[in-house]
Ligand binder design. Structure first.
Ligand code: GGG
Length: 365
């Protein structure tokens, strides 16, 4: 039996990121017992807001070089009450996403067993979406500036940049993903009525790329109308693609519609595999509940499943997904999804389900 081994860089960073990544490392340890032919060597990095307070930067100057040698990155969350949000976000999460050209941000949402959606009559199976977020340009291109600082005529610009190459590659990724799903259905989110340059190009490229995917049914939706459709007609949607900012907002809504951001995962993928991809829960550092032991680790477990799928370990990924469904279905729910369980209870239930699934397979041959 040849053993497969993977190196994982863990960056828990801030707030509940630390709690949910610790829990996820326990899940990876359980997976090693369940699938002994695969091992995960996890190295933790203490980068984040505390590091910033000591060193004046969120990660070392050669941080990307350090991360380059890993197979994948497991990320927690950024954000601290006493450091400006643009420093924490740009200094770590975006530095990695943009530095490693992780242009496809993939955000699945599903109503899990035992968790109720705030939508009336929305059952597991009624809402099963994937939002593809363009992850390297658009509203997050970082272009702009301030002039006349502090004077009455002060000006601030924030320039969105859409490139033909950047839009084409994310459209292709989204059409491919839609094609791989049973419904083969894609909605391209836009705002080309008001934003008449970059967004019009976005629409044109979507139509061009669509010609290569005749088997995918697609439509186009203004982002404002999209929010209403997500709430009023969730079954009409499957795969969606949107700009960096639009998808960020829509995926928070998607998370809320599945019960909580605490169950919403995301994968920052370099589809060309030139660099490690990065996996994280969508939620932030949530310092209001930090240290209370009640953070929901499900999003982080689910993103570990995304990581294992990316690495080609589909059995291990399936084992996590089944264990999550079993755990939420059995009522191990943290307060954000209406329960009283603690992070510890949910983690124990998921690791137990992973280990039990192995024991059952052995006993049934
Ligand atoms: N784990 C995700 C995270 O830490 N997000 C922090 C954040 O502020 N994200 C904003 C964004 O990605 O646009």
């Amino acid at each position: 039996m040849t053993k497969r081994s993977y190196t994982i860089a863990a960056i828990p960073a801030d707030g509940i990121g630390i709690e949910v990544i610790d829990a996820t490392i326990e899940v990876l340890e359980a997976l090693q017992q369940r699938f002994p032919d695969v091992s995960y060597s996890v190295e933790k990095f203490d980068w984040g807001s505390d590091y910033y307070k000591k060193h004046g930067r969120m990660m070392p100057a050669d941080g990307l070089d350090t991360l380059k040698r890993f197979d994948a990155i497991l990320f927690g969350a950024v954000g601290a009450p006493d450091v400006p949000d643009h420093i924490t976000l740009w200094g770590l999460r975006l530095e990695i996403c943009q530095g490693f050209d992780q242009y496809a941000n993939v955000r699945p949402s599903r109503v899990l067993p035992g968790i109720s959606s705030p939508l009336k009559n929305c059952k597991p199976g009624d809402l099963d979406w994937v939002i593809v977020r363009e992850n390297t340009e658009g509203e997050y291109s970082g272009h702009g500036g301030r002039a006349h600082k502090g004077h009455p005529e002060e000006v601030g610009t924030e320039v969105s940049i859409f490139t033909r190459a950047g839009v084409t590659r994310i459209m292709r990724y989204a059409f491919e993903l839609a094609r791989s799903r049973p419904r083969k259905l894609l909605t391209v989110v836009t705002k080309s009525n008001a934003q008449r340059h970059g967004m019009v190009m976005w629409d044109e490229i979507a139509a061009e790329v669509a010609k290569d995917y005749p088997d995918v049914t697609w439509d186009k939706m203004l982002v404002d109308a999209m929010t209403a459709r997500m709430v009023l007609n969730p079954k009409s949607l499957d795969t969606m693609v949107a700009t960096n900012l639009h998808a960020d907002i829509l995926s928070d809504l998607a998370g809320a519609l599945t019960g909580s951001l605490g169950v919403a995962p995301t994968a920052n993928i370099d589809p060309e595999r030139r660099y490690p991809s990065m996996f994280e829960p969508i939620h932030g550092s949530a310092f209001d509940i930090t240290g209370k032991g009640i953070a929901n680790p499900i999003a982080s477990f689910w993103t570990a499943a995304q990581m294992l799928t990316h690495l080609g370990e589909t059995s291990a990924a399936d084992a996590i997904r089944s264990a999550i469904a079993e755990t939420t279905g059995a009522g191990y729910l943290t307060p954000d999804v209406g329960g009283t369980a603690r992070t510890r209870d949910v983690t124990d239930a998921v690791t137990r389900a992973i280990l039990d699934s192995g024991a059952q397979r052995k006993s049934t041959g």
